[in-house]
Design a protein. Sequence first.
Length: 95
Amino acid sequence: MGRKRVVINPESGKRLSQLLSDHNIQQKELASALNYTPQQVSRIITGKDRLTEDFARRVVEFFSPDRPVDMDSCGQEELRKYYDSIFLKRLDLSG
């Protein structure tokens, strides 16, 4: 039996790259702050690895410390909304 293919959304990496650029933050700085390796962050940005729930939660908490995410009560859809709201707010695309 083969492994289930993981679908990677390249938009996640593009948004993360834009967010880092907007805040003048280097990938290695974010990696250190989130307790990931710079290579892991790079692979997410370039679309070689998918954005995990854990990584998304840490990004949300890094850029919006006033909005901590409780993973016990936060489903994947709610986490996606948090994550997207960070990008929309930072890119001034939200209403």
